[in-house]
Design a protein around this ligand. Structure first.
Ligand SMILES: *Cc1c(COP(=O)(O)O)cnc(C)c1O
Length: 462
C-alpha cells in the first residue's frame, strides 16, 4: 500500500516512511492511496476478539511489509499492556440507546494513549532495525504531549521535544509532561496558544535544512499511524453493539479532527456507521464551517476543555481532500487561503462533508451542567471534553440506532472543572498518585522559531 499527500506534490511513501515522517514535504498529510474494506463476514468475525486481536485485524492491511505478523502482534501486545482496564476501551451505557466509550484507561488518562503507545512501539522497532536516530517535535494542547512523552521516554535513539502553550494546560497535563526525569524528554512551555505551538512545529517541518539536519519526525495527530490506531475502537465498540448486523452512530469531542476522521475511515472500511457527529466547545470553527461553508479562524478563547481549544484543525485537511474527491489542487488552494483569513468550501464539497458529518457545539455552562446532570442520572463522572460529546450526542439521538459517545479523557485529568460542577474532586488512579510530589523540569520559550530551533540543536548535540 502506498501513501499519498493531500497536496499532491510530495513523493508517495511506504507505511514506515509515512509514519516516521508525519507531515509531507509539500505541507500536506498522508493518506493511503486506497482504503481497504472488510466484508460483513470479516466484521462479524471480530465479535468476541480481544482489543489486541481486533487491532491486528484492522491495522494489518495498512502496514504492508513494515512488520511481520509475529512482530506486529508483539508490538500491539506491548502497546496496550500498560492500560488500567482489561477491555482497554470499555463501553458503558448512559441511557436508552446511548453508550459511552471510555478511552481514558491508558497511562496518561486520555484517548491519545491508544495511538501513541503503538506508535512508540512501531518507531522503536523501525529505528532499531535501521540504526537511525530521530528528533520528535510535537505541539500539544495538553494530552498529545503527555502521551508522546510517556511513549518515548528513555528510548536511546529518540529525543522528544514537546511545545505546549504556557499557562493553558491543566496542572495534571503539565506535570505529566514536566516530571519524567529521562534526559531525552524536553518539555517546552511556549508563550501563545495551541495554534501558535502547532504553527511553529509546522514551520520546523517546512524548513528542510533543519528538518533533515536533526532528522525531524512528527507524532502530532496528523501522523497517519495515529489515525489508523484510532480506527480500531470504532470497530471494537460497534461490533459489541451488534455491527455489522446493526447500524451505530458516534459522537466525538473534536479539536484537530484526528479522532473523528478515524471514524470516517472505519465507515469507509465497511463498518455500518449511520452518523458521525462532530462535537466542539465554544471554539466551534468546525461546527460553523459544516453549517455555513466558511472556515475563518478568529482566535482561541480558553475553555474548561483545553484539549479542544483549537481553531486551526489540522486533520480537517484530510476530510477536505475526501470531500473534493481526492483532488489535491483545490485542497492546496484552500490551505494557502488559510494562511490569510480563511476559506470557504465549495457547495459540492460542503454537501459531501455533510453526508459524512453532523455537528454541534457546547458552551462552557452547558459543559458544566452536563457533568452535573450525568453524574446524578448515571453515576458516571465525565471530564469536560467527554461532557461536550454527551451533550451534543443527546441532540442527535435517533430511536433505532444506538449512539456511542467517545469519552476522551479521565475526569481526574481536569479536576478543577469537575469539582466545580459536582463538588467531587476525582482522585488520580493509584499508579500515578504521586504526580504532585514529583519534581518538574521545563524550559520557558518565546514564540520565536529561530530560538526554538537553536535550543533543539544544542540539546541533541549532547
Ligand atoms: C485531543 C483531544 C480531543 C480532540 O481530539 P482530536 O483528535 O484532536 O479531534 C478531545 N478530547 C481530549 C481529552 C483530547 O485530549
Amino acid at each position: 500500500m502506498k501513501y499519498i499527500s493531500t497536496r499532491g506534490q510530495a513523493p508517495e511513501l511506504s507505511f514506515e516512511d509515512a509514519m516516521l515522517t508525519g507531515l509531507a514535504r509539500d505541507g500536506g498529510l498522508y493518506l493511503p492511496d486506497e482504503i481497504p474494506t472488510l466484508s460483513k463476514t470479516e466484521i462479524a468475525a471480530l465479535s468476541g476478539l480481544s482489543y489486541e486481536e481486533t487491532a491486528f485485524a484492522i491495522m494489518r492491511p495498512y502496514i504492508g511489509e513494515t512488520f511481520t505478523d509475529t512482530e506486529f502482534k508483539e508490538l500491539i501486545a506491548k502497546a496496550y499492556a500498560g492500560f488500567g482496564h482489561a477491555a482497554r476501551a470499555p463501553l458503558v451505557q448512559l441511557g436508552s440507546g446511548h453508550f459511552l466509550l471510555e478511552l481514558f484507561h491508558g497511562p496518561t488518562l486520555a484517548f491519545k494513549d491508544f495511538a501513541m503507545q503503538i506508535i512508540g512501539q512501531m518507531f522503536q522497532a523501525a529505528l532499531e532495525r535501521s540504526g537511525k536516530r530521530i528528533t520528535i517535535v510535537g505541539a500539544t494542547s495538553g494530552d498529545t504531549g503527555s502521551a508522546a512523552i510517556e511513549a518515548f521516554r528513555g528510548l536511546s535513539n529518540v529525543d522528544v521535544f514537546i511545545l505546549y502553550p504556557h499557562g493553558r494546560v491543566s496542572e495534571v497535563q503539565r506535570r505529566q509532561m514536566t516530571t519524567p526525569s529521562e534526559s531525552n524528554v524536553h518539555a517546552l512551555a511556549m508563550t501563545g496558544d495551541f495554534d501558535d505551538c502547532q504553527a511553529r512545529v509546522k514551520d520546523m517541518f517546512n524548513d528542510f535544512d533543519f528538518r533533515d539536519g536533526v532528522s525531524l519526525a512528527g507524532v502530532n495527530s496528523i501522523n497517519w499511524g495515529r489515525v489508523l490506531a484510532q480506527v480500531v475502537y470504532y470497530f471494537s465498540s460497534a461490533v459489541s453493539l451488534g455491527a455489522p448486523h446493526r447500524q451505530v452512530s458516534f459522537t466525538v469531542p473534536t479539536g484537530n479532527f484526528g479522532d473523528i476522521f478515524a471514524g470516517y475511515i472505519a465507515k469507509r472500511m465497511g463498518l455500518p456507521i449511520e452518523r458521525l457527529v462532530v462535537a466542539t466547545n465554544q471554539n466551534d470553527i468546525l461546527h460553523r464551517c459544516l453549517s455555513t461553508a466558511e472556515y475563518r479562524p478568529d482566535g482561541v478563547t480558553p475553555s474548561i476543555s483545553p484539549s479542544m481549544d483549537i481553531q486551526v484543525s489540522s486533520n480537517f485537511e484530510r476530510a477536505l481532500f475526501e470531500a473534493y474527491a481526492r483532488d489535491a489542487a483545490p485542497v492546496a488552494q484552500l490551505m494557502d487561503e488559510l494562511k490569510q483569513s480563511g476559506f470557504s468550501v465549495s457547495q459540492g464539497a460542503l454537501q459531501a462533508l455533510r453526508e459524512s458529518y453532523d455537528s454541534g457545539n457546547c458552551s462552557e455552562s452547558e459543559t458544566s451542567k452536563t457533568i452535573t446532570r450525568t453524574l446524578a442520572e448515571t453515576g458516571e463522572l465525565l471530564c469536560p471534553h467527554s461532557a461536550i460529546g454527551v451533550k451534543v450526542a443527546e441532540e442527535h439521538l435517533a430511536a433505532d440506532t444506538p449512539m456511542i459517545t467517545l469519552a476522551t479523557a479521565h475526569p481526574a485529568k481536569f479536576p478543577d472543572a469537575v469539582e466545580a460542577a459536582t463538588g467531587i474532586r476525582p482522585p488520580l488512579p493509584p499508579r500515578m498518585s504521586d504526580l504532585f510530589e514529583r519534581e518538574e523540569r521545563v524550559t520557558r520559550v518565546e514564540n520565536d522559531l529561530a530560538a526554538i530551533q537553536t535550543l533543539i540543536k544544542e540539546r541533541i548535540a549532547h
